[in-house]
Design a protein around this ligand. Structure first.
Ligand code: GLN
Length: 488
């Protein structure tokens, strides 16, 4: 089935004129019709618009036009602005809002010829690890629909894992690309802070947020990263570092590269099957000629606490704009204050309110120094831990998550337990470095995907992806399909 193929496989078929963009798009739409009732990865999609884009792509293809994603259907998380499409961020507060413009990342996908379609489910304003915080219902894990797909980009991961699209975009503030990619069995890349413009990405925590791709293999992640990267005058935090040919870097030769295993990541809560899969991956790397050494990231213990101060502080400021005046839903009051209170009270869900309250508290006078300022200092220590190790190792290997996908409802009453599911992914955002999750095996019963996380130095994506791809090609875990969708 065409919808099961990768970007590079489809691009080759399109170039040979063996298939049309319309056929590819139709096979994704058919798959959505077949499985999305069970998975709920999509909040909405416009089939007519997707097919119209496909027809335009087919015209270009027959005119000999060459673009890296020409004719490839790519779906996006509901936090990225796509012109004339709904933008809800998994929240009720945006009401019937329709985006008047394209995010830079979306603009770049379109310029590369992609068929950009669909709104993918997510935790409200990207706050969560399971999509249970979406105002529009939970996405289910394609490997076991009684379980969560991870979050906050759960829809983006589930849609790729269930072959409802060829690739997708998500955003990662503390793990929201890598964690759901791990739990759904696909590849998820969080680029270096500043690598991809955030213009048109609704901000959660501006110093941590990054856009990144979900794909079926590492080569596709490299292709998408190449398309998406680069400085943008509309995002002052995007950095004018040259964009290498990421796909060309995937030469499979990792002999002599050095990998670090942080001793602080082998924690008590680590599931034995996850640990065994990561141990086996380390052995595989040694077989491929890499050298693996133990390293130390001594401030790891403080990462979750630091993140939940900085992320909530920034969120409390960013989410002030959703006030019933500027965008979306409005509940009138007798004065503006009452209007704000009623609109925000009804529009935001419980997790978003919890974070706004926490963030406002850590920024308030008297507590600012004790919490926010201190968290910023600890953040620097965490970043320095990484930079010091990257002087001697090429990448750091860890599990992506402490356990495989948990059951829907299992952690929703216990925010702290939920926060701990990002224990291995959060430091990467605090440090501003890059990270990728690749499939590295399955739990036995039930059969659920396990993810391996590789972390690299700032703007070190080329080597990171080369390492990830060498492992992927040697093992082939990424080729397994969930029973719900396999052979559909
Ligand atoms: N799960 C983390 C949180 O709830 C990370 C979310 C994200 O990366 N957007 O904040």
């Amino acid at each position: 089935m065409l919808n099961q193929l990768t970007v590079s496989e489809l691009a080759a078929k399109l170039a040979r004129r063996e298939v049309s963009a319309r056929e590819i798009t139709q096979s994704c739409l058919n798959q959505i019709a077949r499985v999305d009732g069970k998975i709920h990865a999509f909040l909405s999609h416009d089939a007519g618009d997707a097919l119209a884009q496909a027809d335009a792509a087919d015209k270009e293809l027959s005119g000999g036009v060459k673009k890296p994603l020409l004719g490839i259907p790519i779906a996006v998380k509901d936090v990225l602005a796509v012109k004339n499409q709904p933008l809800n961020c998994g929240s009720k507060i945006l009401g019937q809002f329709i985006s008047p413009y394209d995010a830079t990342a979306v603009e770049k996908l379109k310029a590369a010829g992609a068929i950009v379609f669909g709104r993918l489910n997510m935790d409200e304003f990207a706050m969560g690890s399971s999509t249970e915080n979406s105002a529009f219902g939970t996405t289910k894990n394609p490997w076991d629909t009684a379980r969560i797909p991870g979050g906050s980009s759960g829809g983006s991961a589930a849609a790729v894992a269930a072959d409802e699209c060829i690739a997708s975009l998500g955003s990662d503030t503390g793990g929201s690309i890598r964690q759901p990619a791990a739990l759904c069995g696909c590849v998820g890349l969080k680029p270096t802070y500043g690598r991809i413009s955030r213009y048109g990405l609704v901000a959660f925590a501006s110093s941590l947020d990054q856009i990144g791709p979900f794909t079926k293999d590492v080569r596709d992640a490299a292709t998408l990263l190449g398309v998406l990267s680069g400085a943008d005058p509309r995002d002052a935090t995007s950095v004018p570092v040259p964009v290498p040919d990421y796909a060309a870097a995937l030469d499979g030769n990792i002999k002599g590269l050095k990998l670090g295993l942080p001793r602080e990541y082998m924690i008590g809560g680590l599931d034995p099957e996850v640990k065994a899969a990561v141990d086996a991956a380390v052995k595989q790397y040694e077989k491929l000629g890499a050298e693996v050494v133990e390293i130390s990231l001594p401030h790891t213990d403080y990462a979750v606490a630091t993140y939940y101060i900085i992320a909530t502080a920034e969120a409390s400021a960013n989410l002030a704009r959703f006030d019933g005046i500027r965008y979306g839903a409005r509940i009138d009051g007798s004065d503006p204050i009452e209007l704000y209170a009623k609109t925000r009270g009804a529009g935001f869900g419980p997790e978003v309110k919890r974070r706004i309250i926490l963030g406002t508290y850590v920024l308030s006078s008297g507590y600012y120094d004790a919490y926010y300022l201190r968290a910023q200092k600890v953040r620097t220590l965490i970043r320095n831990d990484f930079l010091k190790e990257f002087e001697t190792v090429d990448a750091i290997v860890t599990p992506t998550t402490p356990t495989a996908a948990f059951k829907i409802g299992e952690k929703s009453d216990d925010p702290l337990q939920m926060y701990l599911s990002d224990i291995f992914t959060i430091s990467c955002n605090l440090a501003g470095i890059c990270g990728v999750s690749v499939p590295c095996g399955f739990t036995r019963s039930p059969k659920l995907p396990i993810g391996l996380q590789l972390l690299g130095p700032p703007f070190g994506e080329a080597r990171l992806l080369k390492l990830a791809q060498a492992y992927e090609q040697a093992t082939g875990w990424h080729r397994e399909k969930p029973p719900l969708t396999a052979g559909a």
